[in-house]
Design a binder for this molecule. Structure first.
Ligand code: NDP
Length: 328
């Protein structure tokens, strides 16, 4: 039988972790024929809760789950890691300034990047979910100089999936008939969901909708503020949908995008579309043979340009802030 793939999940005892681990162990992350070994990383006070989740994983008797290790030491948790899902992060609490948030997360993601550098396998793939995800990914990537930068990614797939459904509701077409939607920029309120290149049932989405007011005043803010709307409704932040998007992100990265379609991933910029090199920004990407590539040659209209630039500028400011803190 195949050697298990080692998947490390940080913040494993959290809400997203709880929704994520069972799906990984059941084979949905990598495929129904790929055995997995789980490494759970938690902060010391949450180790006991992580053990409880591990007991439940045991009780599922997943045929593909070859073992579970739990640790509060990144050097242990990232040993031999093939896929790293960085979920645990310092949440923004009341009265906290952005600089404090970035600094607190630097204290988490810098040592984790270093541990990935020193202990993960050569072809490790990293997905950062914990917010501010793009900049946390940048901090981890900068701390891992021996790992190709392209292996560090951040999640905008939840935004992508949210946009698919909003466009589906507007047009009446099922999500399965929508292709080539793009999330650009930062996973934050400045993100830009772009339907100008999207297709609904084979026709251009923006032309099909033909309603710029809806686009600017409903669609974009609904997608960008969906996280807050979920908190308002559920009394807790989205967890299952975030876990689902993390599964989608890695599954697509490893197994590829469908012919004629693309997805959205935040990845280190190569300068494409005027996004400064090195910023971890969301782009339209195709995946094939375990690698991703930015979709090239899309025409960016004025409406899109302004919004992409605004989100990318926010990322550049975050990079300056973490540089100022000595985290890069
Ligand atoms: P969640 O599991 O709900 O969320 C974890 C992170 O994911 C947060 O940063 C959250 O950001 C982020 N996130 C990204 N996208 C979304 C989305 N669409 N919806 C909701 N969240 C999103 O947090 P919990 O507090 O339940 O659990 C966090 C766990 O991490 C705790 O068990 C804690 O002990 C652990 N932790 C572990 C660390 C480690 O392993 N070294 C370090 C720090 C914490 P946002 O805050 O913006 O919602």
């Amino acid at each position: 039988s195949r050697t298990p793939v080692t998947v490390t999940v940080t913040g494993a005892a959290g809400q997203i972790g709880y929704a994520l681990l069972f799906r990984i162990a059941s084979g949905q992350l990598l495929g129904p024929d790929v055995p997995v070994k789980l490494n759970l990383l938690e902060i010391t006070p949450a180790l006991k809760a992580a053990e409880g989740t591990a007991m439940e994983l045991d009780d599922c008797a997943f045929p593909l789950l070859s073992g579970i290790d739990i640790s509060d030491d990144p050097n242990v948790a990232f040993a031999g890691t093939n896929v790293a899902l960085l979920v645990g992060a310092r949440p923004r609490t009341k009265g906290m300034e952005r600089g404090d948030l970035l600094e607190a997360n630097g204290g988490i993601f810098k040592p984790q990047g270093r541990a990935i550098n020193d202990h993960a396998v050569d072809d490790v793939r990293v997905l950062v979910v914990g917010n501010p995800a793009n900049t946390n990914a940048l901090i981890a990537q900068a701390a891992a100089p021996d790992v190709p930068a392209e292996r560090f990614t951040a999640m905008t797939r939840l935004d992508h999936n949210r946009a698919l459904t909003q466009l589906s509701k507007k047009t009446g077409a099922p999500v399965s008939e929508i292709r080539r939607l793009t999330i650009w920029g930062n996973h934050s309120a400045t993100q830009y969901p772009d339907i100008f290149h999207a297709e609904v049932a084979g026709k251009n989405a923006a032309e099909t909708v033909n309603d710029e007011t809806w686009l600017a005043e409903e669609f974009i803010p609904t997608v960008a503020k969906r996280g807050a709307a979920i908190i308002e409704a559920r009394g807790a932040s989205s967890a299952a949908s975030a876990a689902n998007a993390a599964v989608d992100h890695v599954h697509t990265w490893v197994n590829g995008t469908a012919e004629g379609d693309w997805t959205s991933m935040a990845i280190p910029s190569d300068g494409s579309y005027g996004v400064p090199e090195g910023l971890i920004s969301s782009f339209p990407v195709t995946c094939r043979d375990g690698r991703y590539e930015i979709v090239q040659g899309l025409e960016i209209n004025e409406f899109s340009r302004t919004r992409i630039d605004a989100s990318v500028n926010e990322l550049a400011e975050e990079r300056e802030a973490v540089r100022g803190l000595g985290l890069l």
